[in-house]
Design a protein around this ligand. Structure first.
Ligand SMILES: [Fe+2]
Length: 216
């Protein structure tokens, strides 16, 4: 029996080892000053600590750096490293990388999201949204490092109560890719067909799919 089929009861003993919350997520910056200004002045986080060293403690590699920490309301932090030895990053191979890779930060209400929207616009930050996803309500923008950020509030607390559907969707995704490969079919075409069959189920979970948010 592997993890995928292990009954919930058998997993109960492992719950104590579940990660408790975000401790920190780390990213690269090429402008520590702009990063501190953005996260403390614009996003209202507390600039709570730094580390400066000439080597990376975990690996011993000789990358001199300044490490910055910003604390959020629950005590979790976002962290950044500036190092003089790093050239700018190479461009992503597909624009979706810059959409899918993102960090979502929690707000307390839809009203707060609307207030955030106004605040960010007032401070010259380009935003997308608010977007009502049915289960969450979000705005999107970028930090000075090009990291895509989302501010969001849950509007349907059941949105993370679909483990059976999640497992089935994953199985269908994997099986569709395998079938396409075996039959010599284009993988994207096969997955687009699968996605079509899933739209009703997505709606039944309260998710507003893109068809409802954008003109076709
Ligand atoms: Fe998101």
């Amino acid at each position: 029996m592997n993890d995928n089929t292990m009954p919930a009861k058998a997993l109960a003993g492992r719950a104590a080892l579940m990660p408790k919350m975000l401790h920190h997520a780390g990213f690269v910056t090429h402008d520590a000053a702009a990063t501190v200004d953005f996260y403390s002045r614009i996003l209202g986080m507390e600039f709570v600590s730094t580390v400066m060293d000439d080597r990376v403690p975990s690996t011993g590699e000789a990358f001199p750096y300044l490490h910055l920490f910003f604390r959020m309301g629950d005590g979790s932090t976002l962290a950044f490293f500036e190092s003089p030895c790093m050239p700018p990053p190479s461009k992503a191979s597909h624009p979706a990388y810059d959409v899918f890779n993102h960090v979502a930060l929690a707000a307390a209400s839809r009203e707060e999201i609307d207030a955030w929207h106004q605040w960010l616009v007032k401070n010259g930050v380009e935003t997308v949204g608010p977007v009502d996803h049915g289960i969450i309500y979000s705005i999107y923008f970028h930090d000075p490092n090009g990291i895509r950020l989302e501010l969001t509030v849950t509007t349907d607390p059941s949105w993370i109560e679909h483990p059976l559907e999640a497992r089935r969707d994953l199985d269908d995704w994997i099986a569709t890719k395998a079938r396409a490969a075996k039959e010599g079919q284009n993988t994207e075409t096969a997955l687009l067909e699968l996605i079509k069959t899933k739209k009703g189920d997505m709606r039944s979970r309260g998710i507003k799919i893109a068809d409802e948010l954008h003109d076709k």
